[in-house]
Design a protein around this ligand. Sequence first.
Ligand code: PGA
Length: 245
Amino acid sequence: MPKLFVGNWKMYVKDDEAAVLAQGYAEASAGATCDAAVAPSFTALERVAEALKGSRVALAAQDVFWMEKGAYTGEISAPILADLGVRFVIAGHSERRALFDETDEAVAKKTVAVLRAGMIPIVCVGETAEEKAGGQREEVIRRQLEAVFDLAAPAPDAPMIVAYEPRWAIGTGAACAPEEAVVVHRLIRELAADHQGMRVLYGGSVDSTNVASYVSQPEIDGVLVGGASVKIEEVRAMLAAISAF
Ligand code: PGA
C-alpha cells in the first residue's frame, strides 16, 4: 500500500487562502505516487474539494460530532461530511482532547459515526510529556485504543487509520525519534492485531527535513502533518520525499 500524507490545516487557513493552497496541493501531487489528503476548516471543505477535483489528494475533516441529526447547535455530523465528499475524518486529535475535554468515549463514538457514514476515521492517540516521563506511555495508548475498539468494534477489514501523535511533539519542533515512534507503532499493531490492514501514521513536528526518516520505516505507513502542511514548498518537498518509499 502506498504511504499516506495527511495535512491537518487546523485553524491556520482562511477560506480564500484554502482554495489557493488546495490548488497548490493538486499541482504538487501530480508527480507524486504516495496517497495524500488534506483537512481544511469545515467552512472551506466545499471549495477545497473543488480545487482538488481530478487530483490524487483526498478530502479530510478535522473533527465530527457523533449524532447523525438533530438539535446540536454548532456541530457537524458524519453524513454532512460524507455529502461534501469527505473521505477521511480525524477523531480525537490531541488539541481536541486537551482544549475541549474530549474523552476516550467521545472519540470512540466519533469513530463509530465516521465508519457508519462510509468514511475512514483517523484516530489520534498519544501521551503527554508528563505521562511519558512517568512511564505511562503504553498504558495511555492502550486505554485510548481499547476505548475505540471496544465501542466501535470495527470489522477486521474496516478501513481504519490510527495516528500516533505524542502530545509533546505536536507543534513543538521536538519530533519523536523515528526509532522511538517505531516502538509505539509496534505496540499499536499488537493492540489492533485483528486489523492487519490498518494504517498507522506518525504525527508531531514532521516537515520536509525529517519526513523520510519516518516513512522509510516499514512500521510507519505515513504521516499526519500540521504546521508544515500549510506551506506549499514544504508540501511539495514532503510529497516528493514520501513518494520515494
Ligand atoms: P505539527 O502538528 O505537525 O504542527 O506538529 C501535527 C498534528 O497536530 O497533527
